[in-house]
Design a protein around this ligand. Structure first.
Ligand SMILES: [Zn+2]
Length: 457
């Protein structure tokens, strides 16, 4: 699996985050399903635009320092959202040689040609051009269809695209058979994906704005060079809007991961984003994200209740077969939703419905046998680990150190003794003080249970 990574010349915004979050969920679900996944995701540490060069100059730092800083921020921001590292994160700057070799091959085969300002790929030489995006080169307006040197262009202005750009003043450069310059962005992904995954591989993922021209151009380059099908499945995440509008720095409608995490918390951001199917457009706004909070809280409550019950050694005091049957149905419901093009939206709805059912079933005592609780917990841990990634352990499950568990247990034993002796003043005082300290105490037929109150977590 190959997914297009960030161009590291800015902080990751919440729209980029959606894309990386989705591929993290996809990878984790494929592994849950028994697939062995080799995930490669590039870091575009080359692409330079005039705007970026101006910014770097204004900052008074070197190009290298600027790129290194933003590469580090990129990995910090991914980690803050619980996104796992890919197996390989190739840096474009470390693979220029492979890109030059691929361009040489394309030139030799007649698909690319040298021009005064670099090397271009001739889209008319690749008859299948347009098969991913539905672009038809014959439909180009008169005057269009020349050469385009920029990385992003529309179908209206499409034409031969640049795979090698001759150096302009102040730009970083590499040596090549076509003089000093740098590789284009599209050739970067073709060269690095094929290097690590071979000429043909299963999944290529990106944002919807990558479909044209980026992925269309990758297909043209790779399939021309190898003569083989490049990718089996293309996955594209739709846009995330911010307050109903496209994100734009100049229009001040922009939110970085670094601003959003302290405001909402990483788990809520991740949960909210994956609550929507990756192919539906979604809007990030205060009302909707706050509305997701009680849903996440319900999941968190269930995880911690099941975790503490599982560790209590409680024997079954009634027939729990209905609960076990619901668990098996919930497992199937989760898998069916995820098997249907990774429908995380339905998977989460099913999961919360199951939790509601568990809560109904275990009232009024709020207890079940540790054996059943443990099975339910394992399911919540597996699904939570897919949807919330590394945040499951970091922010959802609250583990209490053993020593605390033993100390509270000692207090509860003393409280039971006091109650048996009729010393209710002492037993109530112990309970009140445990509650003040942030725990919940619950008396059941089989003894008293305790857990941390959600607000104290
Ligand atoms: Zn790419």
């Amino acid at each position: 699996m190959y997914s297009c990574g960030l161009t590291v010349n800015d902080y990751m915004h919440i729209g980029n985050a959606r894309v990386y979050l989705v591929w993290d969920v996809v990878k984790r679900y494929l592994e849950y399903s028994g697939y062995k996944v080799l995930h490669v995701s590039n870091v575009t540490d080359i692409a330079v635009e005039d705007r970026i060069i101006r910014e770097i100059k204004a900052l008074g730092v070197s190009f290298q320092k600027f790129i290194e800083d933003f590469t580090r921020f990129y990995f910090e921001d991914r980690a803050s959202l619980g996104i796992a590292r890919a197996n390989v994160h190739p840096l474009a700057t470390q693979h220029v040689q492979q890109m030059i070799e691929l361009i040489e091959k394309l030139v030799r085969m007649g698909f690319a040609y040298a021009a005064e300002d670099g090397v271009y790929y001739s889209i008319s030489k690749f008859p299948a051009y347009g098969k991913l995006s539905g672009f038809d080169p014959k439909a180009l307006k008169a005057g269009a269809g020349g050469r385009v040197s920029g990385e992003d262009y529309s179908k209206e202005s499409a034409g031969d695209f640049s795979v090698w750009k001759s150096v302009k003043p102040d730009e970083p450069y590499w040596y090549s058979p076509w003089g000093k310059g740098r590789p284009g962005w599209h050739i970067e992904c073709s060269a690095m994906s094929m290097l690590y995954l071979g000429d043909s591989f299963d999944i290529h993922a990106g944002g919807e704005d990558n479909i044209f021209p980026h992925h269309e151009n990758e297909i043209a380059q790779s399939e021309a060079a190898s003569g083989k099908p490049f990718v089996k499945y293309w996955l594209h995440t739709r846009h995330l809007f911010l307050n109903g509008r496209r994100m734009s720095k100049s229009l001040k409608n922009y939110l970085t991961v670094r601003e959003a995490v302290p405001k909402y918390g990483a788990a809520l951001i991740r949960f909210f984003i994956v609550s929507s199917h990756y192919r539906s457009q979604m809007d990030f706004n205060e009302t909707d994200i706050r509305a997701a909070e009680p849903r996440l809280e319900r999941f968190k409550e269930a995880v911690n209740l099941m975790h503490s019950l599982a560790n209590e050694h409680i024997e079954a005091s009634r027939d729990e077969s209905q609960l076990t049957a619901s668990l098996e149905a919930a497992r199937k419901g989760f898998q069916d939703a995820m098997d249907d093009d990774f429908n995380t939206s339905l998977a989460i709805t099913n999961l919360l419905e199951f939790i509601r059912e568990v809560n109904r079933n275990i009232e009024p005592e709020k207890t079940i046998s540790s054996g059943t609780a443990s099975k339910i917990y394992s399911f919540l841990e597996a699904t939570g680990g897919i949807l919330l990634g590394d945040l499951f352990d970091r922010e959802i499950l609250v583990t209490v150190p053993d020593v605390v568990t033993r100390l509270v247990r000692t207090l509860l034993d003393e409280r039971d003794k006091a109650r048996q002796a009729g010393n209710y003043a002492l037993s109530d005082s112990i309970r009140d003080r445990l509650i003040q300290a942030g725990s919940e105490v619950q008396d059941t037929k089989t003894g008293s249970l305790w857990r941390l109150k959600s607000k104290a977590r």
